[in-house]
Design a protein around this ligand. Sequence first.
Ligand code: SF4
Ligand code: SF4
Length: 228
Amino acid sequence: MIVAEQKSLDEIKAMLKDAKKVLAVGCGTCVTVCFAGGRNEVGVLSSSLRMAREVDGDSLTVDEVTVQRQCETEYIDGLADDVESYDAVLSLGCGVGVQSLAERFPAMRIFPALNTKFMGYPSEHGVWEERCQGCGNCILHLTGGICPVSRCSKQLFNGPCGGSQAGICEVDPDTSCAWQLIWERLGEQGLIEQLMEVEPPKDWSTSRDGGHRRIVRDDLRLPDGEEG
Ligand code: SF4
Ligand code: SF4
């Protein structure tokens, strides 16, 4: 999932300082699962913003709505009838959701309530860890299903850096050394020999380093003029 966390109330309050009427829009998918921008978080944040404005001797109207997915036009089209009656939209979606709203409603100011962090998974209750950086050329079949791009602090591809101590990354004492994990996993699978293969340098042009990325599927595209 895409993992995000809420900005501080002070920061959100400052962004909305000129607004009198705001629509807070939650998203029912990734950010609901990571407790950052679902219906509950929309409710709590909206109340906090109203109260904060009252404490300042003013008032702020915050209406609340949560759509199933902010990152797809069909789910945000339903906001079109009302959106113009607001001074601003506060998105509790990830960065993609915020930009989808901005693209769909270009005249409206859209403010991000969240900081989008990474693609990850919950390793325990209340803890999310990065697992993928979307490098565009997955090598998990070579590394025992453990991603050195997102989990090795130095993004090494040819084994540990030498600073690993007792299985812990030298960069962060709360992080396991990815290469220790890879070694152990492949050892358990009887596949250590796989690590002895010399791989060509990774092609980073498929990653963010190659510029803005897009996927075009001609088999799914509609003829010019047709809408899905
Ligand atoms: S190798 Fe690339 S695509 Fe695969 S998990 Fe790691 S970052 Fe993601
Ligand atoms: S200790 Fe392990 S995970 Fe940390 S930077 Fe070195 S090789 Fe990567």
